[in-house]
Design a protein around this ligand. Structure first.
Ligand code: IMP
Ligand code: MG
Length: 177
């Protein structure tokens, strides 16, 4: 284990179980349909690549990268698109793949934007921190609810590090300060 990691919070085995469960629900809900799996860069790439390989519905893969205009660590409701999808989303079943939902601000703005483009939008997130929520967001597929801990790995970063870890870990406090 890396020296900066305090403990493993969600093991590789547990993640695989969670992903399997989410995929089963999506497979049941969208049987016979086409979905657009919308991967939000960069944090969601690892989760999405595991999830998509468990899906037996018709999947179109798209990517977006958004950044919020918020100052500091808490995101505001406004987002800037730094990478956009390459298809028309009007009438499409879009499932946003997210790594983790914190305040919900980024996601709320993104959902609004996609609905304005005519998409039917649902969200599938690996992790959620309900105690941190600032705005109401409708998240249909939640892998696991977690307390207010800063986690890294399995796509998630701190200062662009630790995304490659195969597990979700808790960072040591000294890494922040
Ligand atoms: P929100 O708009 O505040 O919900 O921001 C959610 C985004 O913040 C996630 O997609 C992550 O990129 C990032 N984030 C929130 N909590 C964590 C965490 O514990 N570790 C790593 N990234 C996080
Ligand atoms: Mg993210």
């Amino acid at each position: 284990m890396l020296k900066e990691i305090k403990s493993v919070f969600v093991s590789e085995e547990k993640i695989a179980e969670i992903v399997e469960g989410l995929a089963e629900r999506i497979n049941a809900d969208y049987a016979g349909k086409n979905i657009v799996l919308l991967v939000i860069l960069k944090g969601s790439v690892v989760f999405a690549s595991d999830l998509m390989r468990k899906l037996d519905v018709d999947v179109t893969l798209e990517f977006m990268q958004v950044s919020s205009y918020g100052k500091g660590s808490v995101s505001s409701g406004e987002i800037k698109i730094t990478k956009d999808v390459q298809i028309d989303l009007n009438g499409r079943n879009v499932i946003i793949a997210e790594d983790i939902i914190d305040s919900g601000n980024t996601l709320k703005a993104l959902i609004e934007l996609l609905k304005n483009r005519g998409a039917n939008v649902e969200v599938c997130t690996l992790l959620s921190k309900p105690s941190r929520r600032e705005v109401d967001v409708d998240v249909k597929y939640v892998g696991m609810e977690i307390p207010n801990e800063f986690v890294v790995g399995y796509g998630m970063d701190h200062a662009e590090k630790f995304r490659h870890l195969p597990y979700v870990g808790i960072l040591k406090e000294e890494v922040y300060s």
